[in-house]
Design a binder for this molecule. Structure first.
Ligand code: GLU
Length: 505
């Protein structure tokens, strides 16, 4: 591409960065990086009623956490600033008036009540409401200027041609064309002087020299109208890339109770729906808080609707993605978010961490339930790394070390180890004096002493080791075997738990 590629991610500060938004941000970032271009962050906050306090800072934070560094943006500057739309409020009316003079827009003085009435009447007729262009036909520009000077409230509307076609070309969806008569004369400048998204996106993309506009398909139907604005100004429109939504397989749910709505037979009703915070689907921040690695999330999100050509490789760092990403490989059909697949990615990433990096991430989770003075957390981390799917699972995987859970005697019955409560009683009675007499309490000493002695017992290894591990952990699944667990618990605690189990059996 000849001129420098400039892409932008343009979130509205309405809450957390949801995963569909993160994917848009990621593809937008990759598109710029792939072409050696610039990636811009713009905050679209002209709909002030929807703004959530703190959301702007969260956007900055999430972008950094995801590694999506922007070259220009509100908190990094740049020569096309300001990058927050409310800070640009003074420049939009000038362009709106330019359009008014050119006939591409007009002032509208209709009151909210009038508009509401027209809307209701249209709905009563079963029609989609569309402004009837009353002010275009009845208020001359001179009159409009006079009324504005006299302080009358007004909005500026786009003057969409009453017939003909409006169209644009999308990289993914091709040529999109609509009949102008189906289009409403959108408000461009509201009564409070602020632009609507419909106007600001065009002005800003042009003024910020954006070459590629990437955003969700919810804007696909409005884009022809935006193209009419570019045409009215005589500006070159950007390349458009509308991205299909990220979906999730779910069941029909009640929005308020978030409980499944059952059919007449009492069954859940499977549906595929858009990812949505309202139904409790996780945001990027939620996933980080649940112990997912940002690298794994970004890698997985990149594959939601895009696949590299000519390879089955699935693992990519952000740096690698910058090289292999190809906008032509984006899929038109909606992507399905699969939590299980993300968790699998996460586990794979965790396995590839250095032991030190793993321990640094794991320890804050482990110390939620374990006293670091009492337990050898480095050893525990070695045992846990290959078994960790998400860091948030760790407290639940190790809490039995801090406190013996209520002993479930049925665990002493196990087919694989050929254990029954009777064999377990014998095994524990056999192993107890060996442990008690150990001169040092290390995994190696525990292992060697018990393994050397087992042949004399006439029992199989598993028949001894299974009840030992159950007796001191109370769990069928633990991050290591009986010796590792005994070592971590320490001599005193191991003996105490062993005695308690023997009594209970
Ligand atoms: N502010 C819009 C949103 O958050 C962005 C649309 C666009 O990128 O043009 O949905």
């Amino acid at each position: 591409m000849s001129s420098q590629v400039r892409t932008r991610f343009a979130p509205s500060p309405t809450g957390y960065l949801h995963l569909g938004g993160l994917r848009t941000a990621l593809y937008t970032y990759l598109l710029a990086r792939k072409h050696g271009g610039r990636f811009i962050l713009r905050i679209e906050d002209t709909d002030q009623e929807r703004e959530v306090p703190g959301a702007v800072d969260l956007i900055y934070k999430s972008m950094r956490q995801a590694g999506l560094d922007y070259d220009e943006g509100p908190d990094v500057g740049g020569e096309y600033g300001p990058y927050i739309q409310t800070q640009r409020r003074d420049l939009y009316p000038k362009y709106a008036w330019e359009l008014v003079e050119k006939g591409g827009a007009y002032c509208c003085f209709c009151t909210k009540e009038e508009i509401d009435e027209q809307r209701k009447a249209a709905e009563a007729r079963g029609e989609t409401y569309k402004y009837n262009k009353k002010c275009l036909h009845t208020v001359s520009l001179e009159e409009a200027k006079r009324r504005i000077a006299a302080g009358e409230p007004y909005v500026i509307r786009q003057n969409v041609p009453e017939s003909g076609k409006a169209s644009f070309d999308d990289m993914l969806y091709g040529h999109v064309e609509v009949d102008c008569e189906t289009l409403d004369d959108n408000v461009l400048i509201k009564a409070d002087g602020l632009p609507t998204y419909n106007f600001a996106n065009v002005i800003d993309d042009h003024l910020m020299a954006i070459t590629h506009v990437t955003r969700g398909t919810e804007y696909l139907s409005s884009a022809p109208k935006y193209n009419l604005l570019y045409e009215a100004f005589g500006w070159k429109p950007p390349v458009y890339l509308h991205l299909p939504p990220v979906m999730i397989e779910s069941v029909l749910m009640d929005k308020t109770t978030r409980k499944p709505i059952l059919d007449e037979q009492g069954n859940e009703q499977p549906i595929v729906r858009k990812l949505s915070k309202r139904y409790g689907d996780p945001s990027f921040e939620d996933l980080l808080a649940q112990g997912y690695l940002k690298e794994a999330i970004v890698n997985y999100i990149a594959l939601l609707g895009w696949a590299p050509k000519g390879t089955n490789e699935e693992f990519f760092t952000l740096e690698e993605l910058c090289k292999v990403f190809d906008e032509n490989g984006i899929n038109k059909s909606p992507a399905i978010f699969d939590m299980g697949k993300l968790t699998w990615f996460n586990a794979e990433y965790i396995r590839c961490m250095t032991p030190q990096a793993y321990a640094d991430m794991a320890k804050p989770w482990l110390t939620k339930v374990l006293d670091p003075q009492r337990f050898d957390l480095d050893r525990l981390c070695e045992l846990l790394q290959a078994r960790t799917e998400t860091f948030a699972q760790l407290p639940g995987m190790v809490d039995f070390l801090a406190q013996m859970p209520p002993l479930d005697l049925s665990l002493f019955t196990n087919k694989k180890s050929k254990s029954t409560p009777e064999t377990s009683r014998t095994a524990l009675a056999f192993v107890r004096p060996i442990l008690e007499g150990l001169p040092e309490w290390t995994e190696a000493a525990l292992h060697d002493a018990v393994m050397e002695a087992i042949p004399q017992s006439g029992m199989k290894n598993a028949t001894v080791l299974w009840p030992l591990r159950i007796a001191i952990t109370g769990r069928a699944a633990t991050p290591g075997g009986a010796f590792e667990m005994a070592y971590l618990l320490g001599r005193e605690e191991t003996m105490k738990r062993l005695d308690a189990a023997m009594q209970a059996l």
